[in-house]
Design a protein around this ligand. Structure first.
Ligand code: NDP
Length: 241
């Protein structure tokens, strides 16, 4: 049976693929975004999926936004914490602003979004939380101390919350994508792609956003009820944890 799902950062990139795949699987989906109205409105017109704008790094904004979504669509049963940013710099050049921005969105965003839906999920004895972490949270990445710390933190959050949710029918899982073919990758030159990126990926290609979306659809399904606290790596064999 279709459920109410929120996908943060669900209007672009991997999140857009997740939103569309959950809708195709029969769920009622809403997508959130931070500020790119043009992309979000185009996504809404294209898919019929409603979009809501708020900043996941603000707890108050998340409480208000989720209350509005629940009033309009019903209680949230599936939450996909996908919104994420990068502010890369080698550590000797990293500023407190670089650090706080990435921790605020990529790590605190998970607390801010999950806390307001958690009590309702406990009361209803059902919930699916899916956190989009990253290969770089597993293995570390030069120039990404902030991002790697936040994404590794997402995995600890996933495991601790999985233990708390287990008796209440709530599963909490993480997905760690490797290099995915999004707008971000399109800015990389062909030379860098051929010489430096593709040789690191045993399957010899980038992943597609739809391939991450299919992982989410599975983890959100009733079939995945015995899977909780897990980390699903989707990285073409680049890193095996
Ligand atoms: P994009 O940059 O394409 O999209 C990011 C989305 O998140 C946008 O919808 C954006 O909104 C939203 N967003 C960003 N910050 C906030 C915020 N503070 N509050 C609310 N929404 C916000 O990202 P990708 O699709 O590339 O990445 C999606 C997730 O996957 C991220 O968590 C990323 O770290 C992770 N990931 C990506 C990989 C890749 O190769 N692309 C690899 C591994 C992990 P707006 O459109 O308004 O800016």
């Amino acid at each position: 049976m279709g459920k109410v799902a929120i996908v943060t950062g669900g209007s672009r990139g991997i999140g857009a693929a997740i939103s569309k795949a959950l809708k195709a699987a029969g769920h009622t989906v809403v997508a959130t975004y931070a500020g790119n109205d043009e992309k979000a409105n185009a996504f809404k017109d294209d898919t019929g999926i409603p979009v809501y704008k708020w900043d996941v790094s603000s707890f108050e904004a998340c409480c208000e936004g989720i209350a509005k979504v629940e009033a309009e669509h019903g209680p949230v049963e599936i939450l996909v914490n996908n919104a994420g940013i990068t502010k890369d710099a080698m550590f000797h050049k990293m500023t407190p602003e670089h650090w706080q921005a990435v921790i605020g969105t990529n790590l605190s965003g998970l607390f801010n979004m999950t806390r307001p839906v958690w009590e309702g999920m406990r009361e209803r004895n059902f919930g699916r939380i899916i956190n989009i972490s990253s290969i770089n949270g597993q293995k570390g990445q030069a120039g990404q101390a902030n991002y790697s710390a936040a994404k590794a933190g997402d995995l600890g959050f996933t495991k601790a919350l999985a233990l708390e949710g287990a008796k209440k029918g709530i599963t909490v899982n993480a997905i760690c994508p490797g290099y995915i073919n999004t707008d971000m990758m399109a800015t990389i030159s062909d030379d860098v792609m051929q010489k430096h990126i593709l040789p690191q990926i045993p399957v010899g290609r980038l992943g597609e956003a739809d391939e991450i979306a299919r992982c989410v659809v599975f983890l959100a399904s009733d079939d995945a009820g015995f899977i909780t606290g897990s980390t699903l790596s989707a990285n073409g064999g680049q890193y095996m944890d």
